[in-house]
Design a protein around this ligand. Structure first.
Ligand code: NAD
Length: 254
């Protein structure tokens, strides 16, 4: 129960990596503010957290809206009295080259994957600074560290998240705030199914192709990312800030 008494916001907590991260924090005693777009799925994640014996609340909304981000942070501090950890996890993907990408696809990718990280981080940093402590973890991607074919907007957004992470880590280390990014490769979530759909790939064949692209030959589970987030948020990682922590089966090692 290493996060007992701590409060965590998880964005995109209604599915995939976000839901697994929420469960992992609940298992370690943290109180949770969960957000995403789907009220029913958010309620499921909240109930699981409460079954683990922790306080949990949901606020449904669009993370692209800076006013919603501010409301989310206010609701968290009003409900739980403090705010210790932010996991910026919500994300979208469009599998296109630049010449194929529409204005709307580009804007949606930047708005969810990058702008929301900025809005949420700004809102929580204004609370964490006076506390003199805090943790932010951004879910970036291996596609934020190396280029990946047919993911141009996604790569641009995640690369920006990696450097925003490093810049914020430098700015706020002396405020007692550690800020890191995790960079997963291929994780079994609804987003991966979406990638298969966008590429006209049958799911099983798609899994085999994507797994074969990393040296460990695996499609990993959402929990593999959640475990790394738990580690980075814990005191065991007290000397780690500004890192892009690869969870990629060696994809970017060569
Ligand atoms: P997912 O589709 O299961 O989850 C995405 C979450 O983001 C959902 O909860 C969704 O509601 C939320 N979201 C999207 N747009 C939103 C908006 N406008 N407002 C509020 N919430 C919004 O996918 P996932 O794979 O669990 O993705 C989680 C994160 O992991 C994303 O940032 C993604 O880019 C990253 N990632 C995933 C993989 C993978 O292989 N699945 C690999 C690398 C990085």
């Amino acid at each position: 129960m290493i996060f007992q008494g701590k409060t965590v916001i998880v964005t995109g907590a209604t599915s995939g990596i976000g839901a697994a991260t929420a469960s992992a924090f609940a298992g370690e005693g943290a109180r949770l503010m969960l957000t995403g777009r789907n009220a029913e799925r958010a309620e499921l994640t909240r109930k699981k957290a409460e079954a683990a014996g922790v306080g949990a609340a949901t606020l449904i909304g669009d993370i692209r809206d800076p006013d919603f981000c501010e409301r989310l942070v206010v609701a968290t501090t009003e409900r739980f009295g403090r705010l210790d950890i932010l996991v910026n996890n919500a994300g979208v993907i469009h599998c296109e080259t630049v010449d194929e990408t529409t204005d709307d696809q580009w804007r949606e990718t930047m708005a969810v994957n990058l702008d929301a990280v900025f809005f949420m981080s700004r809102a929580v940093l204004r609370r964490m600074k006076p506390q003199g402590e805090g943790i932010i973890i951004n879910v970036a991607s291996d596609a934020g560290v190396v280029g990946v074919p047919k993911m141009a907007a996604y790569c641009a957004s995640k690369g920006a998240v990696v450097l925003l992470t490093k810049a914020m880590a430098l700015d706020h280390a002396r405020d007692g705030i550690r800020i890191n990014a995790v960079c997963p490769n291929v994780i079994d979530t609804p987003m991966l199914d979406d990638v298969f759909r966008q590429n006209d790939m049958e799911a099983e064949a798609g899994r085999r192709v994507f797994a074969s692209e990393n040296p460990l030959d695996m499609v990993a589970a959402p929990k593999d990312v959640a475990d790394a987030i738990i580690y980075l948020a814990s005191d065991k990682a007290r000397f780690i800030t500004g890192t892009a922590f690869m969870i990629d089966g060696g994809f970017t090692a060569g």
